[in-house]
Design a protein around this ligand. Structure first.
Ligand code: ACO
Length: 194
C-alpha cells in the first residue's frame, strides 16, 4: 500500500508501535510543526489501512480509525511497513487493547475479566499467506508480554481462526454469548484482573 508521501521518514523500523499520540514509538520530532505534520500523515495511514481491513472482512464500518486510537487510553496499533527503496509500503496492521468483558468459563459460570484483546488484524491482500501476519503477531506478543491463549479475539474471521489454529494450536473455543472468542487456556494463563 503506497501513500502520497514518503513513509520511510516516519517509520524507521519494519514494525512500529503507535499509541494515542499517533506518533510511532521512538519518533523524535524536530519541532512542533514536524510533530503535527507527522501526526496527520499517520492518521491518514491508519484510516486508509483501517478501511482496507474493513473491506477485507466485509464490514461496513472500519474497526480502526485514527480518531478511535487518539481517544483511547489503552489501544495500540502495530503497523508493518517495508522500505522498498522509494517512498515505502504499508503491509498491514494489528490493533490490540484491553476490554472489560463478562465471559463464560469452561463450567459456564460468568467471569468478569479485563482481557487483552485482538481488535483488528490485516495484511495486504498481495502479501497474505507469506508469514507476515505471524511476524507481526509474534512481535506484538513479545512487546506486550502476552501469550496467545490469554487474548480474547473480537469477531475473528475464518482466516484469523485458521491462523491461530495453525501457528498457536488454538482450536478449542470456550463458548461465549458475545462476539469475543476465547480459547482453552484463557483462564489458566491470564494475568488480567478478574
Ligand atoms: N484462507 C484461509 N486461511 C488463511 C488465509 C486464507 N485466505 N490467509 C491466511 N490464512 C491463515 C492460514 O492458517 C494460513 O496458513 P496456510 O497458508 O498454511 O493455510 C495462515 O493464516 C498463514 O499465516 P501468515 O502468512 O502468517 O498470515 P497472513 O500474513 O496471511 O495474516 C491475516 C493473517 C491477518 C488473517 C490475513 O490473512 C488477513 O489480513 N486476512 C484478511 C483480513 C482478516 O480476516 N483479518 C482478521 C479479522 S478478525 C480480527 O481482526 C479480530
Amino acid at each position: 500500500m503506497e501513500f502520497r508521501f514518503d513513509i520511510t521518514k516516519i517509520f524507521k523500523e519494519n514494525i512500529s508501535r503507535i499509541g494515542n499520540s499517533l506518533l510511532p514509538n521512538g519518533f523524535i520530532a524536530s519541532d512542533r510543526r514536524c510533530a503535527l505534520d507527522t501526526t496527520a500523515y499517520v492518521a491518514e495511514i491508519i484510516n486508509t489501512v483501517g478501511q482496507a481491513s474493513a473491506a477485507a472482512q466485509g464490514l461496513n464500518h472500519p474497526v480502526t480509525t485514527s480518531d478511535r486510537l487518539r481517544n483511547s487510553d489503552d489501544q495500540v496499533i502495530y503497523l508493518m511497513t517495508e522500505n522498498n527503496g522509494r517512498s515505502g509500503l504499508v503491509l498491514g496492521l494489528l490493533k490490540i487493547g484491553r476490554k472489560s468483558l463478562y465471559v463464560f468459563d469452561q463450567n459456564g459460570d460468568t467471569r468478569h475479566v479485563n482481557a487483552p484483546c485482538v481488535l483488528d488484524f490485516y495484511i495486504h491482500e498481495l502479501r497474505q499467506r507469506a508469514g507476515l501476519g505471524k511476524v507481526l503477531f509474534e512481535y506484538m506478543l513479545e512487546q506486550e508480554n502476552f501469550t496467545p491463549e490469554e487474548l480474547a479475539i473480537d469477531r475473528p474471521s475464518e482466516k484469523l481462526l485458521s491462523f491461530l489454529r495453525k501457528h498457536y494450536g488454538l482450536s478449542t473455543k470456550i463458548p461465549q454469548m458475545n462476539n469475543f472468542v476465547i480459547f482453552d487456556g484463557f483462564f489458566g494463563s491470564q494475568k488480567s484482573a478478574r
